[in-house]
Design a protein around this ligand. Structure first.
Ligand code: NI
Ligand code: MN
Length: 225
């Protein structure tokens, strides 16, 4: 399993013959200028909620790649009206078998309005179950006790927001990792904007003190967590 970080909460996961792409926000992210959007592979594009910093480049990538959109029913309907019909509309607590992996929508404590003000349904996170282990992309969320439910997936790693202000900060992300029983966290949703700029060394110290690996790949870097 390979993970490529495209900045903010945009993460690519390669597992088997599937290329998952979460929350594409590249063209509007000054930190991701070096990323060539035309070259990002995707067989599935997963959208956690409707905010622009998670969906801005979804339409372009879906059209170029013909990838399947995986999101809640409202977001899938919003894209269907724009000509994106290859989709798996879901909702919280549901799981779907997409062949090379299974996907389950989990609760996120956040909001979800589309860029045009339309309904983005309820925000979600994702549990992805693969032959190479189970992983979690939390989307945008605050800390919540529901995260304890993720323990049963024996997560290989979790992608968690750590930037504070709009989501939980790194101290709460440490607690979230404890709730999930996960030993490796990929940090996301930090340093993109002034409001979510964090002290990286303090974040590393907080995770180290809890004996949890914090991975902060550079934008464009591919790792094997
Ligand atoms: Ni958001
Ligand atoms: Mn966000």
């Amino acid at each position: 399993m390979k993970l490529t970080y495209y900045g903010h909460s945009c993460i690519g996961i390669q597992t088997g013959d599937a290329q998952l792409l979460f929350d594409p926000f590249i063209s509007g992210n000054p930190l991701a200028k070096a990323i060539d959007m035309e070259k990002i592979p995707a067989t599935h594009v997963l959208l956690s909620h409707g905010h622009g910093d998670h969906v801005a480049d979804a339409q372009a990538i879906l059209k170029r790649t013909g990838a399947m959109l995986v999101s809640n029913a409202e977001i899938c309907s919003w894209y269907e009206a724009k000509g994106i019909k290859h989709a798996t509309p879901m909702n919280i607590g549901g799981e779907a078998d997409l062949g090379s992996f299974r996907v389950r929508l989990t609760v996120a404590q956040h909001s979800s309005t589309m860029p045009d003000g339309g309904s983005g349904g309820d925000p979600c996170g994702f549990v992805i179950r693969t032959g190479e282990g189970n992983i979690h992309h939390a989307g945008d969320t605050g800390l919540m006790l529901d995260m304890q439910l993720l323990k049963r997936y024996s997560l290989r790693f979790a992608c968690l927001p750590i930037g504070d202000n709009y989501t939980m900060g790194y101290a709460d992300a440490v607690e979230a990792a404890r709730y999930m029983g996960v030993n490796t966290v990929v940090g996301m949703h930090y340093n993109t904007f002034p409001a979510i700029t964090i002290d990286i060394e303090a974040a590393k110290t907080a995770f180290a003190a809890a004996n949890i690996n914090l991975l902060l790949p550079a934008i464009g870097e591919t790792i094997e967590p």
